[in-house]
Each structure stands twice: as C-alpha cells, then as structure tokens.
Design a protein around this ligand. Structure first.
Ligand code: C2E
Ligand code: MG
Ligand code: MG
Ligand code: MG
Length: 286
C-alpha cells in the first residue's frame, strides 16, 4: 500500500509539473498570437501635479484584451513575456504606441512608460527608445522611463540609462521602498524622480511608520534634486496629507483610473474643469 501511495503521489507531482509547463507554453503561445493579433493594448492613468493642480501627464499601463477571458492584468502576462523573450518586441511596441499617443495630447503633458529588466539585458533599449521618439515625433523631454530595482545596475545598464538621459529622457525609480536595497540603489544612479510605492500611501493614515517613510523619502528626493510621485492615492485625506508632506505629484483612483486611449483623450479635453474645481476646493481648504 505504501508503495502504491508513493507512486501515486509521484504521479500527481509529475503531472503537476507537466501541467505547469504546458500551461506556461500555452500562455506563451497565446501571448505571441496576442501581439500579432493586436490584442495588446495600453491604458493611461492621469498623474496630478500638486504644485500647479494641473495634469502632469499619464502613465501607460499594458493590458491584454483576451477575446474570451476579457481584460488580463500585466501582473499576469508581463512575467511570461519576460521569460519567453516576447517582452523585447512587446516592449518596443509599447514604447512606440505610448509615444505616438502622447503626441496627440497637449504640449506640456508627459508620458511615463515602464521598462522591464529584460529590455536592458537582451535588447538595445537605447535604440528602442530612440526609434520610438523618431517614429512618434515626441520630444524626449516629454518621456519618462520607469524602472524598478529589478533592473540590475551593471556597467552596461548604467551606461544605457546615461545615454537615455543624454537624449533628454527622464528616469524614474518605481515602487520605491519595496526592494531589498532601495537606498544603495538610489545612490547608484542620478534618477530624476522617485515613485513612492502604493503600499506606503495605503497605510499612511493609520501607520506612523508609513508616514515617516513617506516624509523621509520626499525629504531625501528634495535633497537629491529629484521629484516624487505618490502612487495609489485613493482618498482626499491621503491626497491632502501628501500635499502637506510636499510630494510633487499624485497618481491613483481618486484622481482617475487607468483608461483607454479614447477615454483619456476626452478626459484631457475636460481637464480644465474637474482639475480647476479641485484647485478651488483645495485653496479654500488651505
Ligand atoms: P506600476 O508601474 O507600479 O503601476 C501602478 C499600478 O498601480 C498599476 O497596476 C495601476 O493600475 C495601479 N493603480 C493605480 N492607482 C491605483 C490605486 O489608487 N489603487 C490601487 N490599488 N492600484 C492603483 P497595473 O496596471 O495592474 O500594473 C501593474 C504593474 O505591471 C505595474 O506596476 C508595472 O510594474 C507592470 N506594468 C504595467 N504595464 C507595463 C508595461 O507596459 N511594461 C512593463 N514592463 N511593465 C508594466
Ligand atoms: Mg510604473
Ligand atoms: Mg509603482
Ligand atoms: Mg508596481
């Protein structure tokens, strides 16, 4: 009985592995087809400049409009795209598409685009960005590239980031405070902006620790001549606290959710009204 038990559990284990592998292969195949069939899409989430109460620009966020499964989150398909190497062509498409869309917005509005560590390892990321700027006609100063600590700052990666800055593009450190070595990472490259991770914003009204981390991050950024964007702002209370703490920009569902290219166009067209109203309210409150 013991023998059949163990062979049985072995079989289950084995088929589990096979299933996982088969599932990943299936997902890779579907993702490749999605790229070819143009099922991949970008959503845009507005970012509010807290000094002027004007719209700063938008972050481009990848979406997969699956024909039967509906909208699939980037958290589900970016890792597979990275493992399969598809992130190369996918990342190039994202850069071009986001820059081309940003070109249709009013002049001062900027676009922030997330880069994967794999784009630094297996792709000439500088050539990809330069191509996207050329094809779209977007001035480099309207583009911000977001990286996380998962981009290892090797000599090659650091050289690429320096070349990108030389083009006039800005570099932001995304999800700040969630990695293993945020401080040493921050000191290894002159970032233009720090994005304060939404976990700190979520807890800031209930946790003195989160408030302290946000306050310290904003102070540090100022001393290092960097701006700050607070992510995941969902309530007026959080927004007011972040304003008081001196954050440069805010992004979150309170301001707006990520939306389609068409929806962002009408949001921008309406912007003077809702954002001016917000400004009136806040100047009364202050
Ligand atoms: P991220 O770059 O930190 O993007 C912010 C995430 O927070 C987005 O999730 C956004 O929808 C979400 N978010 C914004 N405001 C709020 C809020 O008020 N509350 C909450 N709970 N969430 C909010 P999303 O779109 O699911 O993207 C997840 C992550 O996937 C991104 O995190 C980024 O790391 C990655 N990603 C997204 N698009 C791309 C892309 O085009 N390329 C690469 N390489 N990665 C991408
Ligand atoms: Mg980001
Ligand atoms: Mg983030
Ligand atoms: Mg993130």
């Amino acid at each position: 009985a013991a023998k059949s038990d163990s062979s049985c559990s072995y079989r289950i284990f084995d088929s589990g592995i096979k299933d996982a592998r088969a599932e990943r292969r299936a997902l890779e195949g579907a993702l490749k087809a999605a790229l070819e069939n143009k099922e991949l899409d970008l959503f845009y989430q507005p970012i509010l400049d807290l000094a002027t109460n004007q719209m700063w620009g938008c972050e481009a966020l990848a979406r997969w409009k699956h024909p039967t499964k509906g909208m699939i989150s980037p958290l589900q398909f970016i890792p597979t795209a990275e493992e399969s190497g598809l992130i190369g062509p996918m990342g190039d498409w994202i850069l071009e598409e986001a820059c081309t869309t940003a070109m249709t917005w009013p002049q001062p509005l900027k676009v922030a685009i997330n880069l994967s560590p794999v784009q630094f390892r297996s792709r000439d990321v500088v050539a990809s960005v330069r191509t996207a700027l050329e094809i779209s006609g977007l001035p480099a100063h309207r583009l911000v590239l977001e990286i996380t600590e998962s981009v290892k700052l090797t000599e090659e990666a650091t050289a690429a980031l320096k070349k990108l800055k030389a083009l006039g593009v800005s570099i932001a450190l995304d999800d700040f405070g969630t990695g293993y070595a945020s401080m040493s990472y921050l000191s290894s490259f002159p970032f233009d902006k720090i994005k304060i991770d939404q976990s700190f914003v979520r807890n800031m009204l209930t946790s003195a620790d989160s408030r302290a981390i946000i306050k310290a991050t904003i102070g540090l950024a100022k001393d290092l001549n960097m701006s700050t964007t607070a992510e995941g702002v969902e309530t007026e209370e959080q927004l007011n606290a972040l304003r008081l703490a001196g954050a440069s920009q805010a992004q979150g569902y309170l301001i707006a959710k990520p939306m389609s290219r068409e929806a962002i166009a009408s949001f921008i067209a309406d912007v003077p009204k809702p954002l001016a109203r917000k400004r009136d309210e806040s100047s009364r409150a202050v």
